[in-house]
Design a protein around this ligand. Sequence first.
Ligand SMILES: C[S@@+](CC[C@H](N)C(=O)[O-])C[C@H]1O[C@@H](n2cnc3c(N)ncnc32)[C@H](O)[C@@H]1O
Length: 435
Amino acid sequence: MRPRPKQADAQGIGARAAALAAIQAVFFNERPLTEALDAALAKGKLEPRDAAFARTIVMMTLRHLGEIDHVIAAFLREPLPIRSGPAELILRLAAAELLFLDVAPHAAVSSAVALADKDHRARHFKGLINAVARRIAGEGKAMLPTLDAERLNAPLWAWDNWVAAHGEETTRAIAKAHSIEPPLDISVKSDAEKWAKQLDAIVLPTGTLRRATGGRIEDLPGYAEGAWWIQDAAAAIPAALLGPIKGKTVIDLCAAPGGKTAQLAAAGANVIAVDLAFDRTKRVMTNLARLNLKAQIEVADAHTWRPKEPADAVLLDAPCTATGTVRRHPDVLWRKDLSDVMAQAAVQHRLLAAAAEMVKPGGLVIYCVCSLAHQEGEEVVDAFLANHPAFTRVPVTPAESEFATPQGDLRTLPSHWQDLGGLDGFYAARLRRMA
Ligand SMILES: C[S@@+](CC[C@H](N)C(=O)[O-])C[C@H]1O[C@@H](n2cnc3c(N)ncnc32)[C@H](O)[C@@H]1O
């Protein structure tokens, strides 16, 4: 059951104010949603049930933003002016409640008006908010089946980018997958079957455990004793492309928060984990300590940092636009655009060239990103191979992974494994230094 505001707070104003603060931070300050929600929920000091309700409203709003804006526009003679401050966001949140959360119309409408009343700019638009929200309550749902939801819920820059890379049919399937809340994926150090039973999870074909979301992660069996960590099933595939690594030295480049560091260490490698962001490397340390795993941590810029000796392998999980993670982070599409894809691609070209200088002759480099854009995946690797004749692709074969591409790389999409609950989008290539 979806969380609703608790009875004592009949209008759930606390939850809705937190939802508004979070979504304002996303749209007005380009703050990542997870960070914005954590800050808003902490500030609002909400009960867990209200916090869950706030999170649900924001997630629904962002997942269905195109449909919501279309419905709102049908009842507005002209767009709300800039001087109305958060009025448009208040309407979007109310529309999400009315169209997708089955909240009682009087609660959603009166809360929207009350939220507007708290803001000196939106206050002047209370009447309009009330009228539009009432019309959405009355007529909005009937409009939904007439809309092209997949097309509307992705911004045009992303849609065009995906159609160019993956074709229109797959793009529709990707957009559809984005509207579904993903399950919880778990990587275990060992004993997958045993932990699957304890966690009420299934074991996916790649070895990741998958269970329904809900409840505090820290309260699940095995968390405190460090038996497992949270990692999307797709994110766990690139490190596995290295094959057996026990006793080998592996550089985990761009390592924080450390999901892949944990995988490499659990597989018995001597791991050197490198990340630029000090705060994020602290999370790698905390995670490894809980899991009772070891790695050498370096806070450094991978462009200039070099190991004392070349390593047996390098795993580069490059910074990217993260458009493969929209199922969990629906804000990504609305905070970024094609200029971010191009800017990240420029960084990725440089980081892959740097990674190449860290590996022994005969050693492997895995390049991966959680982006759906070819500019950040296939094109980075093709350009690298054209400029680095000492490297060759070691193709990922269909026997090795169902996600192998004809070119010999690996590409997962949110539309994959729909019957099992979907997958994040990831791209990975395996390269060998010949000399
Ligand atoms: C996609 S995340 C890595 C996720 C991580 N590999 C995991 O599996 O948990 C990218 C990381 O790259 C780091 N980063 C960005 N630019 C960097 C650079 N020039 N040198 C080192 N790390 C960098 C960021 O701080 C961020 O933690």
